[in-house]
Ligand binder design. Structure first.
Ligand code: FAD
Ligand code: UQ1
Length: 453
């Protein structure tokens, strides 16, 4: 690693400091901001890569900064909303997921000073680094919808959301309590994580009501700020055909702006500014999302507020020792954990080659992302695509099947395999998704066991 860091000085990075006890360190060779899907995955893969190359890092050289007590398997919140899982099964204490050789700084970053190679924590403490990886996720803007927070807090409102740990089980309660009437499922205009989730929960509710003889009484409608069912034409067309076949209504380019849960009225804004009011019995809300304020206001941000990285290499466009992946990054693809499985190996390979030679490697991210679209109990359409909204299907290529057709086997990937592989392999950096073979010369290395709590 010393060789690696000597060559990093060519990029005008700070000189090495000596090791401190991991917990007390205020300087780390590699500082990862965020211990979510991307942060845990990348911190472990970076550590494992240097080790596999015979350049083992010292304990605490890699550190994760995150104030969160819990790490959530967010893709499971759809399963909780559909009554398939208990929410407390889908989270772990963050500290229990971090191996002893990686330090946890249990704090929130307040600001970045990339010219000084440092971050300032909300306590005011400054932590310096040689390289920075930003994986802090995105911000959910609940307050951008007037009346939403009180509606979610009221147990009898019929308003819920699978987009938080607190509210995802309310969705299942509302689905079960529903006896008929208007059921509206919303999707906001703009970027959200897992853009299929707003309709996954609708399809599950639709199927649940059908199976429990409430289908006739249910008037289901998808009201979305987006112009189509999905961003990729192939899947969008298949989903729209499904919608028509199932008698589910839709309003496109209608963006939820207000909820009056006393009157049970939802207000939507059209692109021309006109407001449309709709009565509802059940309302499932996907909140608007955007970049985190502390990133948006930093020198790392692009014009929108995402960390401004090269879409192929994942290296910051301006700061050569800064990298980013996952939801907080500017990568122009759909924000999912599946995407991170393809992003991390590319970031790690390029990071390692820069550390060794000062030059970026040849690994390039093609924008791979995947959305396992639940369409009912026992059926799932597995959307997989790359930059430009071009389908790139793993099982289509392997088995010659069309993934826009919902399948039983895909459903079990989502319901059983992904939660399992996530906590057994993704969080410790040994799950590479279906794209493993696309990263040249990435060494195979077993994870070290996580520290005991
Ligand atoms: P996160 O996992 O959100 O982690 C961000 C971390 O950064 C958090 O731990 C947070 O505490 C920390 N952080 C935030 N601010 C700071 C700060 N100031 N300082 C330090 N740390 C900070 N993906 C799929 O692949 N398939 C699916 O089926 C799927 N379904 C989904 C369904 C739902 C309802 C939701 C909500 C998401 C779904 N996703 C799915 C998306 C997936 O969960 C995210 O894309 C993924 O978790 C993003 O990882 P990340 O590391 O970028 O962010
Ligand atoms: C995936 O790797 C993954 O991570 C464990 C998910 O869970 C969050 C996913 O939803 C998907 C789709 C993938 C991609 C993997 C395959 C086999 C398509």
């Amino acid at each position: 690693m010393n060789t690696a860091l000597t060559s990093q000085r060519a990029l005008r990075l700070p000189r090495l400091t000596r090791s401190y006890a991991a917990a007390a360190k205020t300087h780390h060779k590699i500082l990862v901001i965020g211990g979510g899907s991307g942060g845990l995955n990348v911190a472990n893969q970076l550590y494992n890569r240097f080790k596999a190359e015979g350049k083992k890092l010292d304990d605490g050289d890699v550190a994760i900064v995150d104030a969160a007590e819990w790490h959530n398997y967010q893709p499971g919140w759809t399963l909780v909303g559909a009554g398939l899982k208990q929410k407390n099964q889908l989270r772990r204490r963050l500290v229990d997921l971090i191996p002893s050789h990686i330090a946890l700084v249990p704090a929130a970053v307040a600001s970045f000073s990339p010219d000084a190679n440092s971050v300032t924590l909300s306590s005011g403490e400054v932590v310096t680094y040689e390289s920075l990886v930003v994986a802090a996720g995105l911000q959910i803007n609940w307050e951008n919808i007037k009346g939403l927070s009180p509606a979610l807090a009221d147990n009898s409102s019929g308003v819920s959301s699978i987009y938080s740990y607190e509210t995802c089980d309310k969705t299942w309660g509302d689905i079960e309590a529903f006896r008929g009437g208007k059921a509206i499922f919303t999707q906001p205009a703009g970027v959200i994580k897992c853009a299929g989730a707003p309709q996954k929960i609708m399809w599950m509710a639709w199927d649940r009501w059908r199976r429990t003889k409430r289908g006739e009484a249910a008037d289901v409608e998808f009201v979305t700020g987006m112009p189509t069912m999905f961003s990729v034409k192939k899947y969008s067309d298949a989903l729209n055909a499904l919608r028509l076949q199932r008698g589910v209504g839709a309003l496109f380019e209608h963006n939820l702006v207000e909820v009056d849960h006393h009157a049970r009225v939802a207000k939507f804004k059209k692109p021309d500014g006109a407001l449309v009011e709709k009565d509802y019995t059940l309302l499932h809300v996907t909140p608007p999302q955007g970049p985190l304020d502390f990133i948006k206001s930093s020198p790392l941000a692009d014009g929108v507020g995402w960390v401004d990285v090269d879409p192929g290499t994942l290296r910051h466009k301006k700061y050569a020792n800064v990298w980013s992946l996952g939801d907080c990054s500017s990568l122009p693809t759909s924000k999912t954990a599946a995407a991170i499985t393809a992003q991390t190996p590319v970031l790690v390979d390029n990071f390692y080659r820069v550390a060794e030679t000062g030059e970026i490697g040849t690994a390039r991210y093609d924008g791979y992302t995947s959305c396992p679209l639940l369409t009912g109990y026992g059926q799932l359409m597995l959307a997989e695509f790359v930059y430009g909204a071009v389908p790139k299907e793993t099982f289509g290529a392997l088995l010659g099947i069309d993934q826009s057709k919902p399948r039983w086997a895909f459903y079990h990937l989502k319901n059983e395999f992904f939660p399992w592989v996530y906590f057994n392999s993704m969080v410790n950096g040994t799950w590479f998704g279906p794209k493993r073979w696309n990263v040249p010369e990435f060494p195979k290395v077993a994870a070290e066991p996580a520290a005991k709590a």
